[in-house]
Design a protein around this ligand. Sequence first.
Ligand code: SAH
Length: 238
Amino acid sequence: MWSRGKTTIAIGTLFLLASLAYAAPDPFLEARRRMVEEQIKARGITDPRVLQAMLKVPRHLFVDRKYWPEAYNDYPLPIGYGQTISQPYIVALMTENLALRPGDRVLEIGTGSGYQAAILAELTDKVYTIEIIPPLAQAAQKRLQQLGYTQVQVKIGDGYLGWPEHQPFDAIIVTAAPDHVPPPLIRQLKEKGRMVIPVGPPGLVQTLWKISKVRGELQFTNLGQVLFVPLVRQWRGK
Ligand code: SAH
């Protein structure tokens, strides 16, 4: 009797702890709400699916713990190897212009932390991403798995060449800046496909382009001036 009572209390405590853990408010939810309202909606992003994805993905988990307090601020953050996770607004702007529908096949060049890939994975289940720095690719892959984005396929390599085995793509997003639009990426873009890509000289201001393929012709829309890390053809690090 006594021991049954103790068991009941023990089980009760377990349940209480479990439900507390489950219901524990995400300490960054409020920061994410503010980010969406003040940086993203305020600058004209309206696609409800994009806004929902930006609200949902825990951006802080894509940067080192020392940057958590800044994870939802209006600027890029370092992710190691001289690379950065893009400013939240730029992620939202690029994503909105991809106009992804569920089932679309999307290719990202420049996996970095995997944050942009997670946002894409909220919008479609066919996400392919290429990163040229092996340790970044490996860390991103592990992080995406742990967060449940198991449908994202990460490859180590030069994204300039695209990913021929999985082409053609409904959408391509390039998050490092080349000085010209890579022809392989144009070839791997489907008819009616959309590409969002910064193009310009390394280290200087670049132009963010949306490129649509319409009856085989390319249509360019200027989305503004941006500053991305350069797209490189080879990684010379350790
Ligand atoms: N989208 C990332 C941020 C990208 S930073 C995120 O959400 O965190 C740009 C990334 O592009 C860097 O990690 C850099 O290593 C990578 N990169 C540069 N040139 C590349 C190339 N040719 N192919 C693939 N990745 C490249």
